[in-house]
Design a binder for this molecule. Sequence first.
Ligand SMILES: NC(=O)c1ccc[n+]([C@@H]2O[C@H](COP(=O)([O-])OP(=O)(O)OC[C@H]3O[C@@H](n4cnc5c(N)ncnc54)[C@H](OP(=O)(O)O)[C@@H]3O)[C@@H](O)[C@H]2O)c1
Length: 342
Amino acid sequence: MDPKCWHVELNDGHFIPVLGLGTHAPEEVPKIKAVEITKLAIDAGFLHIDCAHVYNNEKEVGQAIRSKIEDGTVKREDIFYTSKLWITFLQPDLVRPALEKSLKNLQLDYADLYIIHFPTALKPGEELLPEDEHGKVIFDTVDLCATWEAMEKCMDAGLTKSIGVSNFNHRQLEKILNKPGLKYKPVCNQVECHPYLNQSKLLDFCKSKDIVLVAYSALGSQRLKGWVNQSSPVLLEDPVLCAVAKKYERTPAQIVLRYQVQRGVVVLAKCDNEKQMKENMQVFEFQLTSEDMKVLDGLNRNLRYAPYQLLKASPSSLWSMPDMPVTPLQNLHEMLPILCPS
Ligand SMILES: NC(=O)c1ccc[n+]([C@@H]2O[C@H](COP(=O)([O-])OP(=O)(O)OC[C@H]3O[C@@H](n4cnc5c(N)ncnc54)[C@H](OP(=O)(O)O)[C@@H]3O)[C@@H](O)[C@H]2O)c1
C-alpha cells in the first residue's frame, strides 16, 4: 500500500506512523462496529491503530486488520498496532500473559507497540477495576521498574516490536530511564494533548530523551457523559482555532491534528465515519506558519478532559510523588462502565 501518512523513527529503530486511529468507543456502541470502522480507516490510509485490552474490542479490531491483510489492501508489516497493559496486570509475572491474551484476541503474532496504560497498579484479578465492599478501588503495590523489565522480556520474546508508557509524568519517566540495567528505553509516552493542554514541558522533556510523545484526545475527547465535564469548552468550537481554520480553508479538526504533527507529536484521532477519516488524513497536505503555531500555543489553559488523575490517588504506589495531590475517589464508581466497557 502506498503510505499516505508520514512515519517517525522511534529510539529502538522502528518507525511509527505519525497519525493513528483511536479505537476507544462508548460502551453503548456495539463492539462489532469496530470491525467496520477499522476496515474503513485502513482503506482511508490509516496504518497506525491504537487499542487496548481495557477497550474490550481487540477481537474486532484484530478481525478487521486480518481481513484487510487477507484482501491484499495491506501487509502485516504496513500496520502499526498498539496495545496497552491494563493496570491489574502490572505485577511482573502477569505482564507476558496479558500481552499473550491481547494477541490471542487479535489473532496476531505480535504487537508493534505495547505500553503500560497508567503508572498506577490495581489489585490483580478478574475485575478490571477491583473494588472493596465500600465501592473503593483497590490499589496494589508494584515496583514499576520490575514491570518494565517484564515488558523488556516481551520485546526479547518477539511478542512486541517496541515498548513504551502512557500517562507518565517526567519524574515517572525518569525512574524508568535511571533504572540500573535498563535494556530498552520507552519509545513513547502517550498522554492527553491538544491546544488546551499542550504539554509543552513534557514534550520538551520527552524530546530531550528521544521519547516520542503520542497525543490522545487531540480533537478534544469524545466528551463522554459522566466522564468529561460537560461544561468544559468544546475544543473544535474555539473561536481562535476556528479563525485559523478559516484562514487555511481547513476544518478545526485538521488544524489541531496538523498542530501536533508540526511540533513532532504523533497524534491519534478517533473517528467513526469515512468522510472525517479522509479529512483527517489530509493533514499532510498543508503547513501552518510559525506565527499560527504560536497562536495555537497561546490557547493552552492546562485543561484536562480526562479525569484520570483519580487513578493517581494510589496510597501505596511507588509512583505517588509527594507533590501529587491525592484526589478522593468519589466519582470513580460512576465511571466504571466507561473505564471498563463490558
Ligand atoms: N492512553 C490513554 O489513557 C488514552 C486515553 C484516552 C484515549 N486514548 C486513545 O486515544 C484515542 C483518541 O482519543 P479520544 O477517544 O479521546 O478522541 P479524539 O481523538 O479526541 O476524538 C474526539 C471526537 O472527534 C470526532 N472527530 C474525529 N474526526 C473529526 C473531524 N474531522 N471533524 C470533527 N470531529 C471529528 C470524533 O467523533 P466520532 O466518534 O463521531 O467520529 C471523536 O468522537 C482513543 O480512541 C484511544 O485510542 C488513550
